[in-house]
Design a protein around this ligand. Sequence first.
Ligand SMILES: [Zn+2]
Length: 189
Amino acid sequence: MQLIKGGCPEELRPTWCRRCQSEAKFHKHGEYKRTIITIGEPLEITVFRFKCSSCNMTCSILPPFLRRNHIAALDVQEQVTLRHIQGISLRIISEQLPAQLAFSEKTLWRWKKYWQKRLDRLRSTFWPIVLARCPHLLFPRGGSSVPSSSWAWFFWVWNKTRGQWTDRPAGALQWLVLLSQPVAVTAGG
Ligand SMILES: [Zn+2]
């Protein structure tokens, strides 16, 4: 994985400073190692830090499969989301998690709340973005194959279109994050 081995990939360098709102130069400002939890096994990643040359704000660039201040990678949160929309309670999911993924019901609840909010925020833009990118998407004809909730639709579309998104999201929640930044999703071929 590009983010883990070797030097800092140049494309990670910020080009815009959120604090001073300038197109300042960002200088490398060290790096640190973090261990995160994935579905497979713990993963050591390198987080690169940058400093704005104009206002001195520092920022850490996280890989796209990680939320800030979270130890569980998005694949873990995605699996929990998938099980929960199948009707399994967060308590049961938490109890059934393998030892290396020992997250409490409360943590799972916080994940749920966060991702629900993100999905809700896409309410008016989701279908326009999807149909602009995938105009020939074939919809289920009826019966039990029709997704019955916004999450079910979300995963249905993801499974049908996952190869077609510019930024190559590695999972559905990563895709959800990208969809919130329509510019990144619709730009390019
Ligand atoms: Zn700045």
